[in-house]
Design a protein around this ligand. Structure first.
Ligand code: ZN
Length: 270
């Protein structure tokens, strides 16, 4: 089994400071959050950014400032969201890729997202994917539904350059695939040979999904975007605390944590 890659999704587009007072928002806050997560064992920072009022934005300048802040403090792999918030349009979502982060998320299909719709028609997904290929950005396919695996494979067959394929299963979003106990095995069994996968359970599904992913050879994403409590009614003190919890679970199961260098090798990130 490969060593465990831990990704921190530390910000997201939904959570507010009122809901989680420890949410990092400014570039300085993101940098110290990232440094703490790196020390705790994370390899990848999945990045969303906010404007000066804390609202989600896809402004290129905000991504640049956050990426530079993370890089000034850590050697974490920076992974931009290309999903943004469900209200962001296609042009806004693709623009930050020009900064050439090492990785970017890519959701390969449309899904209901609570009362809203996370809109990803295949033409948009293809455009984003091809731009990532041109800029040598490693995609992480975000899978909310089983059919998105097939769509990712279609992209790879039609436009891929032979790169390593890495997926992240996002389970428990209202409207997407629930964190059913057999969901992970089912999804992982339909990946192409040699692919790697990570997983995150949203909210209450978080710990069961992380436990199963560690045991099943997958990798884990955690952080405020996906979970804000460490126990019923107890808010997490930091993203680092959530990373340490996953690292401790891995140690209990005898699974080593991947270094940043190992993660780069496993995922084909330069
Ligand atoms: Zn995200």
């Amino acid at each position: 089994m490969d060593p465990l890659i831990i990704t921190v999704a530390g910000i997201g587009a939904e959570l507010t400071r009122e809901q989680q007072p420890n949410l990092p928002l400014s570039p300085d806050e993101i940098a110290s959050d990232a440094a703490d997560c790196a020390e705790a064992g994370a390899s990848i920072y999945h990045l969303h950014v906010r404007d000066h009022e804390g609202r989600p934005t896809m402004q290129v300048d905000r991504f640049r400032a956050a990426m530079e802040a993370i890089r000034s403090q850590t050697d974490l792999i920076v992974q931009f969201t290309s999903g943004g918030a469900v209200s962001d349009d296609e042009e806004a979502r693709i623009a930050p890729l020009e900064l050439r982060p090492e990785m970017a998320s890519l959701t390969t299909g449309t899904v209901n997202f609570g009362e809203e719709v996370f809109w990803n028609p295949f033409s948009l997904v293809t455009r984003f994917y091809m731009r990532m290929q041109q800029l040598e950005i490693v995609p992480e396919f975000e899978i909310f539904e089983a059919g998105m695996i097939a769509s990712a494979e279609r992209l790879y067959v039609e436009h891929g350059d032979g790169h390593h394929r890495h997926y992240d299963f996002v389970l428990g979003v209202p409207g997407g695939m629930p964190a059913w106990p057999d969901a992970l095995d089912f999804l992982a069994s339909h990946l192409p040979a040699g692919a790697s996968w990570s997983c995150t359970g949203i909210g209450r599904a978080h710990l069961p999904v992380a436990t199963a992913a560690i045991a099943g050879g997958g990798h884990v994403r955690t952080g405020f975007e996906d979970v804000r409590f460490v126990a019923p009614g107890e808010l997490a003190a930091s993203n680092g605390q959530l990373i340490r919890r996953v690292a401790e679970m891995a140690r209990t199961q005898g699974r080593p944590i991947a270094s940043r260098e190992q993660t780069r090798q496993l995922l084909g990130v330069q």
